[in-house]
Design a protein around this ligand. Structure first.
Ligand code: SF4
Length: 383
């Protein structure tokens, strides 16, 4: 396969600062800071490292007014194109829009604050602020925080339809109010779901630029492999205008997200693909979030590494263990795992599927996890 063989979807051009996503422009590789947004020095340093590695956009998490004020100062200090990752606090978009290049909102998170205000009104306001600030938006749909109204319309075991329906609904709404400067992402930690959700969305709205990502892909090299599996299938079909490789990495190695992303693109275009790969391998599957400023304890990355080490003793068993860095996405995004851990400042919450097994100090969690793994294996073998 050569570059000539890939016919990219004819997507709209979405301008982000002086760069363009879509309309045949090279696939833009981006990343997100894992430092605390309020730590100006560390965040600016990480932005510089990511930019030097080739990041076209760098995203910052903003949950509070303090984060927003810090993000504004950072955006004014650095050269990079800053995208803001909004959570529930959608009104912060107003003060951020004049200073940044793009804002990502999550349709699922628009249902938490000011519940009586319809989501359409919130999106209208966000779009107005984006217009006034001359910036782009991303509709960022995520498996762990799907719009509850969409979720209830589909069977419980259908993980793909609510993701696609939510992304389509918000795209139609933004179009209907005349706002077209947006991209869409549909993320899951399972590369097969990412492929299917993006394929279905692109089939129905081939003109909307897509931001590709496998969320909580985990530690390298497994996280890179998982992401590669999804990206190969999508990029080779002409789907994807920008992407992020989400990896669990220490802060000073975060630029690997950029180098790995670029490498995957280069490999697909050079025909160095492992096409028709099915991600159904036996053995433990460790899902871990890439960490961001919301991480509640710096030991999270080390814990993810320790869980991976521990899981090596169970190669014969198909086990999914999720390790998440915070309470924002941790509780929801561990629901589908066999065992889930999400980190609080001084303890780790342990779950079996959706059931909570309690909170344990950092130095007690691994033996407890081991017991739970063995229990699970034992129960499965007696079925
Ligand atoms: S789980 Fe929390 S810490 Fe991890 S990437 Fe998601 S928001 Fe950030």
């Amino acid at each position: 396969m050569s570059a000539k063989d890939i016919s990219r979807n004819q997507t709209r051009a979405v301008r982000v600062g002086d760069q363009t996503i879509g309309a045949g422009h090279p696939i833009l590789v981006q990343s997100m800071c894992a430092t605390h947004t309020t730590d100006l020095e560390a965040t600016c340093r990480q932005i510089d490292a990511l930019s030097t590695a080739g990041a076209g956009i760098v995203r910052l998490a903003v949950d509070s007014r303090r984060d927003a004020e810090a993000a504004i100062e950072i955006a004014d200090r650095v050269q990079a194109h800053i995208c803001i990752d909004l959570q529930e606090n959608w009104r912060l978009a107003e003060i951020l829009a004049p200073h940044v290049a793009k804002i990502r909102y999550n349709p699922g998170h628009l249902h938490h604050h000011e519940k009586k205000v319809p989501w359409q009104e919130k999106v209208q306001r966000i779009a107005d602020w984006a217009n006034a600030g001359d910036i782009a938006l991303r509709i960022g749909v995520n498996c762990g925080s799907v719009d509850p109204l969409q979720k209830e319309k589909w069977p419980e075991d259908d993980a793909i339809s609510p993701l696609v329906a939510s992304a389509l609904e918000h795209s139609e709404y933004l179009d209907s109010i005349g706002f077209e400067r947006y991209v869409v992402s549909l993320k899951d930690s399972d590369p097969n779901i990412v492929v299917e959700a993006n394929r279905r969305f692109a089939e129905q709205r081939p003109e909307i630029p897509l931001h590709l990502g496998v969320t909580e892909a985990g530690l390298p090299p497994d996280g890179v492999i998982k992401t590669r599996i999804a990206f190969e299938q999508l990029i080779s079909r002409g789907i994807g205008d920008t992407l992020r490789v989400s990896l669990t990495l220490p802060n000073d190695e975060k630029d690997q997200e950029i180098t790995e992303g670029q490498k995957i693109i280069d490999d697909v275009y050079a025909g160095r693909v492992r096409s028709v790969v099915h991600y159904e391998a036996e053995g433990p599957n460790i899902i871990s979030c890439p960490s961001c400023s919301r991480v509640e304890n710096g030991d999270f990355v080390q814990l993810a590494q320790q869980v991976k080490e521990l899981s090596k003793a169970y190669q014969e068993h198909s086990l999914t263990i999720a390790v998440m860095g915070c309470r924002v996405n941790g509780p929801g995004e561990t629901d589908d795992a066999d065992l889930g851990l999400w980190c609080a400042p001084s303890f780790v919450n342990l779950k079996r599927g959706e059931e909570s097994l309690g909170a344990f100090p950092y130095d007690e969690i691994l033996p407890r996890l081991k017991t739970e793994i063995e229990d699970l294996i034992q129960k499965r073998s007696s079925l």
